[in-house]
Write a protein that binds this ligand. Structure first.
Ligand SMILES: CSCCC(=O)C(=O)O
Ligand SMILES: [Fe+2]
Length: 182
């Protein structure tokens, strides 16, 4: 099952009227990849091992986002919810709890992706995004990376950044992201 995704406002608020749901295909169009795994199997999961091997995700750690478990909680959650991009992919696997990844669509609207246990999401380098907890106020995420991790958040605007330029070219270009990425 694809995660639920819908359009929200600038501050993350629900828009008036019924939710405008976004299909997985539209997430693929903007380079967002998604897998559903079995969260009970955790690190030993075969499918996870396969994805890690195929995509070269040598680095792995776990992060729990909640006031008692994350140092400098207030500052970190504020930064997570500030619109930013990275020079590399952002790979997150939700083991427990839930949260919202907001990503910009081609029209610069916010798509809110609701991540729960078993959901693995990859945001491409250069995509503008942000993260926030939902009402459950807790998430345990696995962070994956190719080689030594770089978590540097580059706040918008970053139009001159090579990763941003590459992303814009892939997503807005005629071939589309899916063709360019595979
Ligand atoms: C801690 S996962 C989500 C926050 C984020 O976008 C990031 O870490 O760069
Ligand atoms: Fe990020």
């Amino acid at each position: 099952m694809a995660p639920q995704a819908w359009i929200v406002g600038e501050k993350g608020e629900d828009l008036q009227g019924p939710k405008e749901f976004v299909p997985l295909s539209k997430l693929e169009d903007i380079g967002v990849l998604y897998w559903q795994l079995d969260p009970k199997k955790s690190e030993s999961e075969e499918e996870l091992a396969k994805i890690r091997k195929e995509r070269g995700y040598s680095y792995m750690d776990l992060i729990e986002i909640c006031p008692d478990k994350l140092e400098n909680y207030e500052e970190k959650v504020k930064n997570f919810f500030t619109e930013h991009m990275h020079a590399d992919e952002e790979i997150r696997y939700c083991l427990e709890g839930s949260g919202y990844f907001d990503v910009r669509d081609k029209d610069d609207k916010w798509i809110r992706i609701w991540i729960k246990g078993g959901d693995m999401i990859i945001l491409p380098a250069g995509i503008y995004h942000r993260f926030t907890l939902d009402n459950a106020n807790y998430v345990k995420l696995m962070r994956l990376f190719i080689g030594e991790p770089v978590w540097t958040a580059l706040n918008r605007p970053q139009e001159g950044h090579p990763a941003r330029q590459e992303y814009v070219k892939n997503v807005m270009g005629s071939t589309g992201f899916a063709l360019a990425a595979h």
